[in-house]
Design a protein around this ligand. Structure first.
Ligand SMILES: [Zn+2]
Length: 45
């Protein structure tokens, strides 16, 4: 499942083993799922 970084906006689907998901670009832990309904609503507008 793809994720998008809330900090830098980078999208990735790498989920490292261990349960902790970080952005590979900025190492931020603030992420949201790219398939989240909120994202769709933003794109719709
Ligand atoms: Zn990032």
């Amino acid at each position: 499942m793809p994720y998008t970084c809330f900090n830098c906006g980078d999208t990735f689907d790498e989920i490292p083993k261990g349960g902790v998901i970080r952005c590979p670009a900025c190492a931020s832990k603030v992420l949201f799922k790219a398939r989240d309904p909120i994202t769709r609503e933003v794109k719709a507008r």
